[in-house]
Ligand binder design. Sequence first.
Ligand code: NDP
Length: 453
Amino acid sequence: MSQYVDDLIADVKATNPSEPEFHQAVSEVAQSLSLVLDRHPEYRSAKILERIIEPERIISFRVPWVDEQGEIHINRGYRIEMNSAIGPYKGGLRFHPSVNQGILKFLAFEQVFKNSLTTLPMGGGKGGSDLDPKGKSDLKIMRFCQAFMSELFRHIGPNTDVPAGDIGVGGREIGYLFGQYKKLRNEFTGILTGKGLNWGGSLIRPEATGYGSVYFAAEMLQTRGETLEGKTCLVSGSGNVAQYTTEKLIQLGAKVVTLSDSSGYIYDEAGIDTEKLEFVMNLKNVKRGRIKEYVEKYPDAVYTAIDPTAEFNPLWNHKAECAFPSATQNEINVKDAQNLINGGVYVVSEGANMPTTMDGIDIFLENKILYGPGKAANAGGVAVSGLEMSQNSMRYSWSREEVDTKLHGIMKDIHKTCVDTADRFGTPGNYVNGANIGGFLKVADAMMDQGVV
Ligand code: NDP
């Protein structure tokens, strides 16, 4: 790694203290970019990377709301407007108690490169709140969303910043947020993506991240002349991304044996079929229950509690060929990565954002497995969000088949960009370098064109 990149990472740590996830995301990207910055001194003298690292704008605000018992709650809301070189800020909102500025900065930073890889005109942003939605009534969630949007609405717009969902923000929350935006602005406009189908949403948006992650895995496998058919797969999470990853894997003839939530995971040796997945979707999306309830319905499966402080996560310690981490950041540490390799896994497609620690990634790269990093593998969600924005602008909607075909095409193109870019920079098969450099170049060139702003 060049001295320039070393110094840059040291500076990021010094000027952004207490933001370990942001340091991690920047370090990973900067290491890949040292290959580019050595060849292109013009990016260095224009301080492109230094500018990309600094958010264009950070909005932090109070979210006071009153529950049905009359009790007042105060949460903190954020929007990180990271980079608008190639389009309006675009990226999800996360409602989770772990949310803080550093986590949202890492997510917004990743989003810049991911959105660029899709080839659609979208800048990068991310936002959210430290609200814990778990166990909260629909009324509480509605009141919170209305309070959140009462401040956010003045900072966003269809040509400025278009948020979407992420952890804790699904169709229900997008509905409440949209309703409040519309009331405040007196305007029906494509201000959020992930909307309901009969009020401006796109077909396939709920499915897009999970389907896209599976399409990406299929592309990686095709480089070795293989398919997903008959492969055993470990999937983590049981939310939006995990559900549709599982659905597409079942359609393609793979066998999914695990799902999880933050309390524990289920292992179903026989495989999760369509009927079992339907049970999970109802459990999680309608009843808002816990994954543990799966074994009450299907007693042949085994439930194991997960201790987040343990040395490794037992979910990643089963024999399989493919892994689809689809829950949260840093859910695969170095020990988990080694367990995956020892258990026979040679395809990892990241549905979640930055689910693997840096030393875990090193294990994957050393073992030369097919490792698709999140900013490439999970870009299908934002890609279909981009298509939703186009449909809103045109006041038109494409059919399910049309959107799925476009999604599939975009994932193939992202895969090709990663492969070609990794080759061009002398690291064939390294999807980390391919994604980081591929995403960077378009943003960097746009910033060069637009001057120092
Ligand atoms: P959901 O809220 O629908 O589901 C999240 C799942 O992950 C739940 O099963 C949840 O369990 C689990 N989880 C969350 N936090 C933790 C934690 N700290 N430890 C263990 N498990 C946890 O979110 P999504 O499916 O939308 O998002 C999952 C991942 O995919 C995130 O990393 C997100 O950033 C990424 N992503 C999502 C996109 C989208 O379109 N939705 C697009 C691109 C990436 P529990 O219910 O117990 O909290």
